[in-house]
Ligand binder design. Structure first.
Ligand code: AVJ
Length: 320
């Protein structure tokens, strides 16, 4: 049985996009939050990214989950699996299979901002797992944590390295909020991309086929459509850089010329100088010890840690 619940109705979505764009485009330096990449086209482009040879996180995390899903099911005895930022929930099937064969799991609750990605995932999962209750929640994992179903025996999966989209202050607020919605003994399964050679990191965010560049520019197309703006996406070039001090990848869009953009819905005119950069995403990379400390500071105990042979990606199992 599968259903879709909407916590982000169209108005709510439109309002938060308007606020984010007004704040981000009038700030110095300009920035936009990464969640606005994921309209239907953006979600498809992201799925395409996950199959690129340079983009190692998805396949590396999948290999870790494949190897340890049985242990995760045994240790957690999950009754409900919640997935934040679930997207296609493709890797999550490894967890569902293990938890179902263990016999503990009754329901799956994926939450995502992208209604299109979520509703196809929920439909596909309903077909593939007829005995499982699947409830998709269209929502924002920062703002709608409290709307997740209460229960006991919950495992919250936050996979793919999406935690890296939050800067440190946002991470501690998010982890603290998540801890406060969980009961003691419940679990967080966290996938985190690890610090590695920039020669590996940068191409993962600047692929030869240009898919990530298209994904990056997609945010401008979203703003054009939703807020009646007139960005020329091709007047911006994709930039991916490694900030070695803060240990994160930044994606930016660099204006190729002096230009003005009008955002009709906001009655806003924005000037870009040639070479000016708009920050569109930070994707932080982690060390096991640092992540364990952040988890502990938010009231989670790191119980298990798994990674791949190259130590490129880590999966943490932490307990509230
Ligand atoms: C979905 C946030 C994990 O940061 O690696 C992929 C998004 N951005 N390529 C990431 C992304 C550029 C991705 N996350």
């Amino acid at each position: 049985m599968s259903v879709l619940e909407k916590h982000l109705d169209e108005q709510d979505l439109a309002r938060s996009l308007r606020d984010d764009v007004r704040v981000g485009l009038t700030a110095t330096p300009k920035s936009l939050p990464p969640k606005w990449f994921y309209d239907a086209r953006g979600s498809e482009l992201f799925e395409e990214i996950t199959r690129l040879p340079e983009y190692y996180p998805t396949r590396t995390e999948r290999s870790i989950l494949r190897e340890h899903a049985g242990a995760i099911a045994r240790i957690t005895e999950a009754k409900t699996l919640v997935e934040l930022g679930s997207g296609s929930s493709e890797k999550t099937r490894l967890l569902l299979d293990a938890m179902l064969s263990r016999g503990t799991l009754g329901s799956f609750v994926p939450l995502d901002v992208s209604e299109s990605a979520l509703s196809s995932a929920v439909d596909a999962l309903g077909l593939a797992y007829p005995g499982l209750s699947v409830t998709g929640v269209v929502g924002d994992f920062i703002r709608h944590l409290r709307r997740l179903p209460d229960g006991d025996g919950r495992v919250v999966a936050f996979l793919g390295g999406t935690i890296g989209n939050l800067v440190p202050a946002e991470r501690s607020a998010f982890l603290g909020d998540l801890r406060s919605v969980l009961h003691q003994g419940e679990w967080l399964l966290l996938g985190a991309d690890l610090v590695k050679d920039p020669g590996t990191l940068i191409p993962a965010y600047d692929d030869a086929a240009g898919v990530t560049a298209e994904f990056n520019r997609n945010v401008l197309r979203v703003i054009n459509r939703e807020l009646r703006a007139d960005f020329d996406p091709l007047a911006f070039e994709h930039v991916a850089l490694w900030d070695a001090e803060r240990e994160w990848i930044e994606m930016r869009l660099r204006s190729l010329r002096d230009q003005r953009v009008h955002v009709a819905e906001l009655d806003l005119d924005v000037a870009f100088a040639e070479g000016e950069e708009l920050r569109t995403e930070t994707s932080a990379k982690f060390h096991r010890v640092g992540l364990a400390e952040e988890l502990a500071a938010s009231g989670f105990a790191l119980r298990h840690w798994w990674s791949d042979p190259q130590d490129w990606f880590g999966v943490a199992l932490a307990q509230a």
